[in-house]
Design a protein around this ligand. Structure first.
Ligand code: ADP
Length: 586
C-alpha cells in the first residue's frame, strides 16, 4: 500500500488536477458501458415484443449516441492530450526528488552491484512508473466496475451464470498467477543481464571510449560480449515463451468452452420462452465485457506488480539516509587546523583490509603539503577521507577543534577546492564547466577569467569564437570545441580555483601537463598565499620539493614527514625515490 500512497501523493504534488480528471474519466467510461449494455436489450425487446413509439425511440437514440460521443471524446482528450502533457510534469518532479537525494547518497553505495540492481533501475525507470501505475490502477478499477455490473446482471438472470462467471474468474486468476510468476522470475533473471548490455551500449556510444576501442580493436571484443549477453537473454526468453504458450493455450481453451456453453444455454432458454431475445444480447454483451475486463485485469496485474517493485526501490532510495552529520558551521575568520589522530580506514566493500593504518597528522592553515608514495600506497584514499567522502574506520579527524561528524557535510566539503586524478569534463560551456551555474553575471564571468588565468588556459579560451561560452565536445552541438588533454586538466584546475575554497586538494594535478607547464601550475599553487592551504599528491618529486612538508606514504602509513632538505638528509624512502627520478630524468 505504501507504494500506492507514494504514487498518488507525488502525482498530486506534481499535477493536482491529474487524479480528478482521470477519476471522472473512469466514471464516464463506466456510465457509457452500463448504458450501452442495457440500451440494446431494451431496444431489441421493444421492437420484438412491444409497440415502439418512433419519436421516443429517435430521442432515445440521439441521447444515447450523444452520451457515447461525450464519453468517448473525454476519454480521448484525457488519454491522448491531458495525460501526455502531465507526463512531463510528473517525471520532472520525481526526477528532481531523485537528483536531490543523490546528493546525500554515500559514495560507497556506488561500489556494489546491489546498488545498480536495486537503485539504478529506480533512477532510470522510476519517474515514468508513477503515471504508468496510476493509469493501470484506473484501468483496473474500470475493469472491476464492469465485472461487478456483469455479475449483478447475472444474478438477476439466473445462478447458472454466476457459477459460469466464478469458474471464468478462477481460471483467469490461475492464468494470471502462473504468468505473473513467470514474468517476475524473468524480470529478476533479466535485470543483471540487461545492465551488462546497457553498459556495452554505453561503451559504443561514449566519446571517452572511442580511442581505446579503435586502438585496441576492442570493438570486436565488446560486440562479442554483447552478442553473448543477448544469447543469454534469448535463451531465457525462449524458455519463458514456451511456458507462456502452454499457459495461454489452456486458458483460451477453457474460456472458449465456457462461452460456448453460455451461448447454447441462453438459446435453449429463449426457445423454452424463459428469456427474451433482448436477454440474449444482454448476456452476449455481458460475456464479452466479462472476458475483456478479466483479461484487462490479467494484463494489468503483472505490470502493477512490476511497477510496485520499481516504486519500492525508488522509495527505498528516497528514504536512504546518508551518514548523519551534525550542523556545525565552519568559523569564517579563525585559522583552521586539521587534526588527524590515529586514523585507520578500510573500504566498506573490503572491510577486512586496512588501506590506511594509524595516520596521525596536523595540517595548519596556509601550509603547502605534498603527498608522495608508490601507487596503491593510500594517497588518494587519504584525500577522500579528508574530503569527507568516506569516514575513518578508526581514529579521529577534526577541524578547528570539532570532529568532522559535528559539521554539516556540505559545510565541511565547502572548505575544499579539488582536482581529482580522474577529473571529468562535461558537455556544457567552458564557464559552466567551471562554475556549474546556468546564467552568469558580470562577477561570475570575472571569476571564470581569473580562474582560467590561474590555470594558464586563458589565451586558448580567448582564441575561441565564443570564449568562455564555447561548448565543449560535440555530442550536443556541432560548434563544440575539442581541447587537448593538458588543456582539459587546466580546466579542472580552474574549476578548483574558482571555488575560492580555503583548502586546495590536488591529486596528480599536472599529470597531463608538460614539465614546464607543470612547474608553472605548481609554482602558482604554492604562491596562492598565506590563507590557502594546499595539499597535493604528485609523482613528480621535483615539483613538490618546495612544499613546506612532504608526507611519504608506504602501504597505508606515513613513513616519513619533513621538508625536502630534511628528507634528503635522512636518506630514507623519499631519498631513494628522488634519486631514482633524478637519474631517470638525466
Ligand atoms: P594511491 O593513490 O596511493 O595510488 P589509492 O588510495 O588509490 O592509492 O589505493 C589504495 C588501495 O586502496 C589500493 O590497494 C586500492 O586497490 C584500494 N582501493 C582504492 N579504491 C578502492 C575502493 N573504492 N574500494 C576498495 N578498494 C579500493
Amino acid at each position: 500500500m505504501r507504494e500506492y500512497k507514494f504514487i498518488f501523493k507525488n502525482i498530486w504534488k506534481a499535477s493536482p488536477a491529474y487524479i480528478g480528471v482521470n477519476v471522472l474519466n473512469v466514471v464516464l467510461q463506466y456510465i457509457s458501458f452500463a448504458v450501452s449494455l442495457l440500451f440494446y436489450k431494451v431496444i431489441v425487446d421493444l421492437f420484438i415484443y412491444g409497440q415502439p413509439e418512433m419519436e421516443k425511440v429517435i430521442v432515445g437514440l440521439v441521447v444515447f449516441y450523444a452520451l457515447k460521443i461525450v464519453c468517448e471524446s473525454y476519454n480521448n482528450w484525457t488519454v491522448n492530450i491531458y495525460n501526455s502533457l502531465q507526463q512531463i510534469k510528473i517525471r520532472e518532479y520525481v526526477s528532481s526528488l531523485i537528483y536531490h537525494k543523490c546528493k546525500h547518497i554515500d559514495i560507497e553505495c556506488y561500489e556494489g552491484a546491489e546498488f545498480y540492481d536495486e537503485y539504478a533501475r529506480a533512477i532510470e525507470d522510476g519517474p515514468g512508473r508513477l503515471q504508468d501505475t496510476a493509469n493501470l490502477v484506473s484501468s483496473f478499477l474500470s475493469a472491476l466496475l464492469k465485472i461487478g455490473t456483469v455479475i449483478g446482471l447475472f444474478f438477476s438472470l439466473g445462478y447458472i451464470f454466476i457459477i459460469v462467471a466464478v469458474i471464468y474468474c478462477v481460471q483467469s486468476w490461475l492464468t494470471l498467477k502462473l504468468t505473473n510468476r513467470l514474468f517476475y522470475r524473468g524480470y529478476l533473471l533479466d535485470t543483471p543481464i540487461n545492465r551488462r548490455a546497457d553498459y556495452i551500449n554505453g561503451i559504443f556510444r561514449g566519446y571517452q571510449y572511442v580511442k581505446e576501442l579503435k586502438l585496441y580493436r576492442a570493438y570486436d571484443f565488446f560486440a562479442r560480449r554483447f552478442a553473448d549477453i543477448k544469447d543469454q537473454l534469448k535463451l531465457l526468453k525462449k524458455k519463458r515463451v514456451a511456458d507462456l504458450l502452454k499457459i495461454l493455450f489452456t486458458s483460451n481453451l477453457a474460456g472458449s468452452c465456457l462461452k460456448a456453453f453460455v451461448n447454447i444455454y441462453v438459446i435453449y432458454k429463449i426457445v423454452q420462452g424463459e428469456y427474451t431475445v433482448g436477454d440474449f444480447t444482454l448476456v452476449f454483451a455481458s460475456v464479452i465485457a466479462l472476458s475483456e475486463s478479466v483479461s484487462g485485469i490479467i494484463n494489468t496485474l503483472p505490470n502493477l506488480k512490476n511497477n510496485k517493485k520499481i516504486i519500492g526501490s525508488l522509495i527505498r532510495l528516497l528514504n536512504q539516509e546518508g551518514r548523519s552529520y551534525g550542523n556545525a558551521t565552519l568559523p569564517e575568520k579563525e585559522q583552521l587546523e586539521i587534526d588527524i589522530e590515529d586514523v585507520s580506514f578500510a573500504y566498506p566493500n573490503e572491510k577486512e583490509r586496512n588501506v590506511l593504518s594509524h595516520i596521525s597528522l596536523q595540517i595548519h592553515e596556509g601550509e603547502k603539503i605534498a603527498i608522495v608514495g608508490e601507487n596503491g600506497s593510500g594517497k588518494s584514499t587519504f584525500l577522500k577521507l579528508l574530503l569527507g567522502l568516506y569516514e575513518p574506520t578508526e581514529g579521529k579527524m577534526a577541524i578547528g577543534g570539532k570532529e568532522y561528524c559535528e559539521y554539516d557535510r556540505e559545510e565541511w566539503q565547502k572548505l575544499f577546492g579539488v582536482v581529482f586524478q580522474d577529473y571529468l569534463i562535461y558537455q556544457v560551456s567552458i564557464a559552466q564547466n567551471i562554475l556549474f551555474k546556468e546564467n552568469l553575471d558580470e562577477e561570475d564571468e570575472k571569476l571564470v577569467w581569473e580562474a582560467l588565468e590561474f590555470s594558464g588556459l586563458d589565451s586558448r579560451v580567448r582564441s575561441l569564437d565564443k570564449g568562455i561560452n564555447s561548448v565543449l565536445l560535440r555530442e550536443f552541438s556541432e560548434e563544440g570545441v575539442f581541447l587537448s588533454g593538458g588543456e582539459y586538466q587546466r580546466l579542472a584546475i580552474a574549476r578548483a580555483y574558482a571555488r575560492k575554497a580555503r583548502w586546495i586538494v590536488f591529486d596528480e594535478p599536472t599529470s597531463a601537463l608538460d614539465p614546464i607547464a607543470a612547474d608553472d601550475v605548481m609554482g602558482k599553487l604554492y604562491r596562492l598565499g598565506e590563507q590557502k592551504t594546499v595539499i597535493c599528491v604528485s609523482h613528480r618529486l621535483t615539483t613538490t620539493s618546495s612544499s613546506d612538508r612532504i608526507l611519504v606514504f608506504d602501504k597505508g602509513r606515513i613513513v616519513e614527514c619533513g621538508n625536502h632538505r630534511e628528507l634528503m638528509d635522512r636518506q630514507g624512502l623519499y631519498y631513494q625515490m628522488f634519486m631514482k627520478q633524478a637519474r631517470y630524468s638525466q
